[in-house]
Design a protein. Structure first.
Length: 175
């Protein structure tokens, strides 16, 4: 399995993975499957600032993961939200773990120290993946998202690295 950076031209393959999550689950609160063009734009926009990775084997994309802005205020510049989606056929084969290994490694090199994941409930597979990686639940919002004629809870999980002093020093040097 190869982990590489996504390209906007991967949009169709990534959308094939994402569409069942939109259409059949509350894992994403998106109601409509985006167009290929919209998805390609999302990939390109994300890559302007953050890593967007795909797991590929024998030319077939098995999953993808990316980072995004946690909150658009300067005080949160060391925090990122991480997302991962794995094709239905590749679930349980370590694809999500491999993607997160690479994504977290890149984000550490970029100076990020707080990794966050928003997970709708129930989603035991995602909770297990994140807890295994050292994420801890820091918030629970009951009945916050409405999809498929019912309310869904979300939880926020966080993993913090021990590099705060270095990042703060870097900020002061930039000023």
């Amino acid at each position: 399995m190869e982990i590489r950076f996504a390209k906007p031209s991967d949009a169709r393959s990534l959308l094939d993975i994402y569409a069942p999550y939109v259409e059949n689950t509350a894992i994403t609160f998106e109601y409509e499957v985006p167009t290929i063009e919209d998805f390609a734009t999302r990939i390109a926009k994300t890559l302007e600032k953050y890593p967007y990775l795909v797991a590929e084997e024998d030319g077939l994309i098995l999953g993808y993961a990316y980072a995004s802005t946690y909150y658009a205020r300067a005080a949160y510049d060391w925090a990122v939200e991480l997302s991962v989606y794995v094709s239905q056929e590749a679930r349980g084969q370590g694809v999500g773990t491999r993607l997160y290994d690479a994504l977290e490694g890149l984000l550490k090199q970029m100076g990020y120290i707080h990794f966050l994941a928003c997970i709708s409930l129930p989603n035991e597979a995602s909770l297990a993946l994140h807890r295994k990686r050292g994420y801890q639940q820091v918030a629970h919002f009951p009945k916050i998202g409405y999809k498929f004629d019912r309310w869904h809870d979300i939880v926020w999980l966080q993993k913090s690295l021990d590099k705060e002093a270095k990042s703060i020093k870097f900020l002061k040097e930039k000023e």
